[in-house]
Design a protein around this ligand. Structure first.
Ligand SMILES: Nc1ncnc2c1ncn2[C@@H]1O[C@H](COP(=O)(O)OP(=O)(O)OP(=O)(O)O)[C@@H](O)[C@H]1O
Length: 629
């Protein structure tokens, strides 16, 4: 697709998704709350119970406080209306006429202290629960991501979903307190409304009606804001990427030398400004409408207040009633607003939960056999590719097609071919990171799809050209090759010996305990070739029947690469080995060489056979050899 077509397609996508989903669909996202609660409960049942219990007690406190306030005022009015027992406080105390009001004051004091303690207890419990919950979600997210297929990570749509889910994993803390808070407000409202109902039932109706416009507008803005955020996922990912490229240790060298700083800043600014403009427009509209509707509900409040004042003047209500009613009305007004808007916010937030849970709903596409067979140990016959063809998802072009070849057990096979010929794709198919679209791959006659996936991956040691440089210690960097054996130092040292990493590591100040990489304090970075030796040791950590080195040696000097492969061949004796390299001095050591072009095998044979055949391999070999003469 050309870039202009691409742009047009994105525009079309935008205008279609900019339409908001119907209300029913929005409400449907509330179903996620059940899953959310289950997650919170899984996090810590005792803390969830504690939070709910504290909030329940806290919820009735406002009514009690207002009612005690009313009793105090009524008592004061009563006492003030009668002749004083004497001029001094002692006369009042002696008469016992202050006993009632003093008890009420003490009760109010106790209620205030209790409320404070409760609210501190609630923040404490909620804070811990929210943090634990966020950790639970993050762990579940990582676990789920690990179970997904490579195709998910290689598609931008899934990356957007992953990014949105990752944001939600950390960002839903507020939701927890919000939902529990809403529950608490609901109980408080019920208690206060009961009080109001006794005196002036229609006031509650007035309150509700005055709040409806605010709630509707709030709900509208919530969904608009969600959809804006969602629409902006690719851009936000790009912003994150630019931030990373513009300010990270890995990229610093090129950015400086190519003078890319201002270019990246300008690109970041352009993108950030667009997002900012949209957000600002929305926030402004929200503030204006929100202000208007808030004024409307205040009007309702003062209308009701005027009514209560009039009834008091008229003699219907006592002064205590006035204080109680205006107090509960004021609180109810605030609480109703909070509650109704809170509910729309929760509905809004559950739209975001959709992002989280829809990520959890992505199912791996690499299917597991119902009756998995173990990986043959040792491989007796070999590996056979039968008419294998594969296209990457969403591509028209066959990355490999019509592959028919076999690798005998114990054979070292080299794959050569120009960039993009399909070498790495063959490795991905062998390791079941992808399944072929056509044909099948057999190990000792068993289809790879029928072999237990964990067993398959346990018996294959593979190091890719883009292996990871973990910011962990040298020993751990090797131990990751077989994580169960990571504490086994002897095994790690033996693997390091085999991959020629041992001399590199022994040179480090902390030896095998040396943190590698520049990310953390004490970290030591290695040269490209040194890193490769460390990475190759990972393959030796496994009792692999099949060892694959997909060009992890490109940064090794020619002598080191030859040495690594010599060793590789001797250690891989009896094991089947696949190596990919662009260096013919190494490739020639393989028992058999497969030459790939455009996803097909065009030549196959030993080095001598291929040179004698005077085909593509012979030409390429000659070309490289000439370079050394
Ligand atoms: N994730 C992907 N999505 C879409 N197409 C891909 C993907 N990875 C590789 N391809 C395409 O598949 C074909 C084979 O790629 P592959 O990585 O197997 O080549 P290779 O022989 O290993 O190349 P190199 O020597 O450059 O590593 C190429 O046309 C490439 O563009």
């Amino acid at each position: 697709m050309s870039s202009s077509e691409n742009f047009a397609a994105r525009l079309a996508f935008r205008s279609s998704t900019a339409d908001q989903p119907p209300l029913g669909q929005q409400l449907a996202t509330l179903r996620h709350l059940k899953r959310f609660f289950a997650q919170v409960w899984r996090t810590s049942a005792p803390l969830t119970v504690a939070s709910v219990a504290l909030r329940l007690v806290s919820a009735v406190q406002p009514l009690l406080l207002l009612y005690v306030g009313k009793l105090i005022i009524d008592e004061v009015v009563l006492q003030a209306g009668q002749p004083a027992p004497g001029p001094a406080l002692s006369d009042w105390i002696a008469s016992g006429r202050l006993a009632h009001v003093a008890a009420l004051l003490a009760l109010e004091f106790a209620l205030v202290v209790l409320a404070d303690l409760l609210s501190r207890g609630i923040s404490l419990v909620d804070g811990i629960l929210a943090e634990l919950h966020s950790n639970t979600v993050s762990m579940e997210l990582m676990q789920h991501a690990a179970s997904l297929d490579l195709r998910h990570f290689e598609s931008s749509e899934y990356q957007d979903r992953l990014e949105r889910a990752r944001r939600q994993a950390a960002g839903r803390n507020a939701l927890l307190a919000q939902i529990f808070g809403q529950g608490q407000s609901l109980v408080t409202i019920a208690t206060l409304a009961f009080g109001l109902l006794v005196y002036a039932p229609w006031l509650i109706l007035l309150l509700l009606v005055s709040l409806i416009p605010a709630v509707v507008s709030e709900a509208k803005f919530n969904t608009r804001s969600y959809h804006l955020n969602r629409l902006r996922s690719p851009e936000r990912r790009e912003l994150e990427y630019l931030r990373y490229v513009g300010a990270s240790a890995e990229t610093a060298k090129e950015i400086k030398l190519f003078g890319l700083g201002s270019f990246l800043v300008a690109r970041f600014r352009r993108l950030a400004d667009t997002i900012m403009r949209d957000n600002r427009r929305l926030a402004t509209q929200r503030a204006i409408w929100g202000g208007l509707f808030a004024a409307l509900s205040s009007l309702a409040y003062y209308g009701a207040y005027a009514y209560i004042v009039w009834r008091t003047v008229e003699g219907e209500f006592t002064l205590g009633d006035l204080a109680f009613l205006s107090g509960s009305f004021l609180r109810l007004n605030g609480l109703f607003g909070q509650l109704l808007i809170g509910v729309t916010q929760i509905a809004g937030q559950s739209l975001y939960l959709d992002d989280l849970f829809s990520f959890f709903d992505i199912k791996p596409t690499i299917t597991l056999s119902d009756t998995p067979k173990p990986f043959p140990q040792p491989i007796r016959d070999g590996i056979v590719f039968e008419n294998v063809g594969f296209r990457y998802p969403d591509t028209e072009h066959w990355a490999v097609r019509g592959l028919n070849f076999s690798m005998k057990a114990g054979e070292a096979v080299a794959l050569v071919g120009e960039n993009g010929a399909g070498k790495t794709t063959i490795v991905k198919l062998l390791t079941r990171l992808y399944d072929p679209d056509e044909g099948r791959i057999l190990v000792d006659g068993i289809d790879l799809r029928d072999i237990d996936l964990v067993d398959l991956r346990t018996h294959i040691g593979v190091i890719f050209q883009d292996f990871i440089r973990y910011s962990l210690t040298a020993a751990e960097n090797i131990g990751v090759g077989r994580i169960e054996a990571a504490p086994d130092r002897d095994r790690i040292e033996a693997a390091a010996e085999q991959s020629l990493a041992a001399p590199v590591i022994e040179k480090l100040p902390l030896g095998y305990d040396q943190p590698l990489g520049k990310l953390f304090a004490n970290g030591r970075d290695l040269s490209g070739g040194e890193w490769q030796k460390v990475a190759i040791a990972r393959a030796y950590m496994r009792d692999a029947e099949l060892i694959i080195l997909d060009e992890p040696t490109a940064a090794l000097d020619a002598k080191a690469e030859a040495e690594v492969f010599q060793r590789f061949k001797s250690l891989a004796k009896g094991k089947t080995a696949v190596l990919i390299s662009h260096r013919f001095s190494t490739v020639r050591m393989a028992d058999r060489i497969l030459v790939l072009s455009g996803g097909r095998i065009i030549e196959a044979g030993s080095h001598d056979e291929l040179v004698a055949a005077r085909g593509v391999y012979a030409d390429l070999f000659e070309l490289q050899a000439a370079g050394y003469r």
